[in-house]
Design a protein around this ligand. Structure first.
Ligand code: KG4
Ligand code: ZN
Length: 343
């Protein structure tokens, strides 16, 4: 009988405090999360000092809750994992130090996880077929990356955003439109009753011939359009949201499919908070089917920040005996897929 490790993972890279337990076949035994959105909403974005203080008070009750849900004790855990970056330094430190302290006191290994690797592997969480090599798009609030997923730990970078991340563009445009933080889900909702062809927003770098992205021009274009609409802007909110969203989705899907063609890939995976977007999911589904590509979308609960994806990534590190020394530091700028980068 093979050994089935039990992994406890903590995620505190930004404004979600999350804890998950996963077993050796990748099954998530418990996943709990405390969102800080209501605390940060009045400021229109994440306030780092507030985020780290909230992580500190919430992490221990959440660990207890996860253990109770899974019906296990700390002594039964075989490895303690935590996100080591990228993210906010003061937030990363809470989960990272907690996991190291647990590893030290129970004499078990510690596994540092790259948050982006968590997102990258999340579409395969709970899939019997395991990780499928292909083209992987990560679209979150802080990152927009296109990678060649060749296997566990092997992710050459194809392209990334030159300026704003896709989620950042959603959040900034939502703010211009007077919508609350985080703006992505608000735009998604408002766009449902809008016409995606009402306004012609630029598709920056769609035909640039490489796999880089740029979203700041789109944001600027919204900034200059709004005053020209005057009093009618409020009534055009659904059309503005639908048209903006269509431009983002068009570029993301077109470039991902171009990368799949370029590499002769058969599988496409999409992860990160923006992969919750209804229109993005719909267009990816339609265009991958037409192109004969198998699409792997992260489940919505695994798209935005969560600890299940960190536990799943840690499990792959555990299987490869890739443990992390306790004196390893966090890295707020930890990269993924870049030659020479720690992953
Ligand atoms: O992955 P995530 O939770 O955090 C980061 O690692 O950045 O992503 C959060 C981002 C935010 O920018 C949020 O507005 C965006 O994901 N988001 C969405 C949707 N749900 C979340 N963007 C568009 N449509 C959505 N439905
Ligand atoms: Zn994230």
């Amino acid at each position: 009988m093979s050994f089935h490790p039990l992994i406890l993972a903590l995620e505190t890279s930004c404004d979600e405090t999350a804890v998950a337990l996963c077993d050796g076949d990748g099954s998530i035994l418990a996943a709990v999360l405390s969102s800080q959105i209501p605390e940060h909403q009045p400021y229109g974005g994440v306030v780092p000092e507030l985020a780290s203080r909230n992580h500190l008070t919430r992490i221990r009750p959440l660990i207890r809750e996860a253990l109770a849900l899974a019906g296990v004790t700390l002594a039964e855990v075989d490895a303690f994992a935590a996100t080591a970056g990228p993210g906010l330094a003061s937030s990363l430190l809470i989960g990272n130090t907690t996991a190291k302290a647990l590893a030290l006191s129970f004499a078990k290994p510690f596994i540092a996880v790259n948050h982006l690797e968590g997102h990258l592997l999340s579409p395969f969480l709970g899939h019997a077929g395991g990780i499928q090599p292909g083209v992987a798009l990560i679209v979150s609030g802080g990152h927009t990356l296109l990678l060649h997923l060749r296997g566990s730990g092997d992710y050459p970078l194809l392209g990334r955003t030159r300026d704003d991340a896709a989620g950042e563009a959603f959040d900034k445009v939502a703010r211009m439109l007077g919508l609350p933080y985080p703006g992505g889900p608000e735009i998604d909702r408002a766009a449902r009753s809008g016409d995606p062809r009402a306004f012609d927003f630029p598709r920056s770098m769609k035909d640039s011939g490489d796999f880089a992205f740029s979203f700041s021009g789109l944001k600027t274009s919204m900034f200059y359009l709004l005053p020209t609409l005057g009093e009618t802007a409020a009534a055009r909110l659904p059309d503005l949201c639908a048209s903006f969203q269509e431009a983002v989705v068009d570029v993301l899907v077109s470039k991902t499919l171009a990368a799949a063609r370029h590499l002769g890939a058969k599988h496409v995976s999409v992860s990160g908070g923006v992969s919750c977007n209804t229109r993005l999911r719909q267009v990816f589904t339609e265009r991958c089917a037409r192109a004969g590509l198998t699409l792997h979308l992260a489940a919505p609960a695994h798209s935005t920040d969560n600890a299940a994806m960190i536990a799943f990534a840690a499990l792959h590190r555990f299987r490869a005996s890739q443990f992390t020394p306790l004196d390893a530091d966090i890295d707020p700028n930890l990269a993924l897929g870049v030659t020479g980068a720690r992953t």
